[in-house]
Design a protein around this ligand. Structure first.
Ligand code: GDP
Ligand code: MG
Length: 440
């Protein structure tokens, strides 16, 4: 695990007040390994390595800063410098056009972005101009429906420019217009000509380039082409829920002198995150990021919160993990992604701890979840708050009340114990240094 070896190398610096060239070399080597494996362009990695080395060795660390903290800070700052802050997206009326190759995730991202803006209180509309791909209209319409946003498309019209123009008129009531475009298997003149014509007709406030996280090094060339033809103001990286870390997109950002706006983390309209450098850096380096976790937990909880006003997700990470927490965790899981994925983002959890747990420790299937919920509905407040108070006679009563079996109730309690144990381990790990730094 790359992240844990970087963590290990950094931890070796603990207690040292001065850093040697060897120390820095070791850290930089680990970072290079992580970044190259994440598909970051080689020359970008080399530039970054040089600036980290130079700064870490030549600049005087502030007094009272340990060697480890200093290196972490330099690494982080230089990486933010490379990756950039999030693309600015004012919450005001605007037109955004999406460009990118076939299959990169444009149509999905259009609906996701519309959903995201609608959650910010704006009224978005998706305009579908892809006349090449059979089914693009239906796919886009369906996703706009899922996102509960306005939609315009015309399956009988063959000219994308006409659709775009009519779409702008038809969606005059919307605040945010998101114009989806066709892609091609590769970059070709036809694609470029078409998108230039749409760009002229629509005159978008922003053009976003949509890049598949698995794109790798060829993202650079693609970005150059689109930058030359329509100008790129920001990048959306999709499919970050897979194994690819999206490092290739950094070359695109560099090439277009732009920044990253959104991250796609799944196939449904809610699987979108606003780009945020600290989380992305943590992911690239394979180190956890509590900040992102907290945000994700919070967002998912916003919707479940209404059911239970006094429930606070922070408690889950701080205090005792109750059955109530578990119930919220389960009902939020659809929105947050599987718990093991969430766990990956917690400092110390990504680095192998998950591997030490039984395979099914975090794996609660939908059916099991539903059954667990039924069982929990038969529990008292006290039992939910203090699962340890549940003895044999309560188990019997709960099984009877929920129409399940004592075995099932025991299973639920086991599951809770395992999740609770995992969270406790995390609480014990602490990664205050990293977290403090990330917040700056
Ligand atoms: P387009 O050709 O650029 O419009 O790409 P689509 O939006 O049609 O997406 C192509 C495929 O990638 C579809 O099957 C999408 O469901 C899938 N996809 C898009 N974004 C994501 C993502 O963030 N995660 C995952 N897992 N799949 C995605
Ligand atoms: Mg499409």
């Amino acid at each position: 695990n790359l992240g844990s070896s970087l963590r290990g190398t950094l931890n070796d610096l603990r207690g040292k007040s001065r850093i040697s060239e060897d120390d820095i070399d070791n850290v930089v080597k680990e970072i290079q390994r992580s970044l190259l494996q994440a598909d970051v362009d080689t020359s970008l990695v080399m530039d970054l390595s040089d600036s980290i080395k130079t700064r870490a060795l030549e600049e005087e660390p502030p007094s009272s800063t340990s060697a480890r903290d200093w290196v972490l800070r330099v690494v982080y700052e230089e990486m933010v410098d490379l990756i950039g802050e999030s693309t600015e997206l004012p919450l005001e009326p605007q037109t955004i056009m999406l460009a990118g190759l076939y299959g990169s995730g444009k149509t999905t991202t259009a609906a996701k972005m519309a959903w995201w803006f609608s959650k910010k209180g704006l009224r978005p509309a998706v305009i579908q101009t892809d006349t090449d791909r059979p089914g693009a209209y239906d796919q886009s319409k369906q996703m706009a429906e899922n996102a509960e946003v306005d939609f315009y498309g015309d399956p009988d019209e063959n000219d994308p420019v006409t659709i775009a123009e009519e779409g702008l008129e038809a969606t005059a009531d919307a605040d945010i217009r998101i114009v989806d475009t066709a892609g091609r298997d590769g970059l070709n003149q036809e694609l470029i000509d078409q998108i230039e014509r749409i760009d002229d007709a629509v005159n978008p406030d922003r053009n976003l380039l949509v890049i598949d996280a698995a794109m790798g090094q060829s993202a650079k060339e693609q970005a150059q082409e689109f930058e030359e033809s329509i100008g790129i103001d920001g990048v959306a990286i999709t499919k970050l829920d897979g194994t690819a870390k999206g490092g290739g997109a950094l070359a695109a950002v560099n090439e277009t002198d732009s920044s990253i706006a959104f991250l796609g983390t799944g196939e449904t309209v809610q699987d979108i995150e606003r780009f945020e450098p600290s989380g992305f850096i943590s992911r690239l380096l394979g180190m956890g990021d509590l900040k992102q976790l907290t945000e994700r937990v919070e967002r998912a909880m916003e919707e479940t919160q209404a059911e239970d006003e006094d429930w606070d997700p922070e408690n889950m990470l701080e205090g005792e993990f109750t059955l109530k927490d578990m119930r919220h965790q389960m009902s939020a899981m659809d929105k947050m992604g599987p718990l093991d994925q969430v766990m990956d983002m917690i400092p110390g959890m990504g680095g192998g701890l998950m591997d030490q747990l039984p395979d099914d420790a975090m794996d609660v299937t939908k059916d099991r979840m539903r059954e667990f919920e039924v069982i929990m509905d038969s529990m008292t407040e006290k039992e939910l708050e203090q699962p340890r108070s549940i003895g044999a006679s309560q188990v019997k009563r709960i099984a009877h009340g929920s129409g399940t079996s004592e075995e099932r109730v025991q299973e639920l309690l086991e599951q809770h114990k395992m999740m609770s144990k995992t969270l406790n381990q995390f609480q014990g790990m602490g990664d205050a240094d990293m977290e403090r730094m990330m917040k700056q």
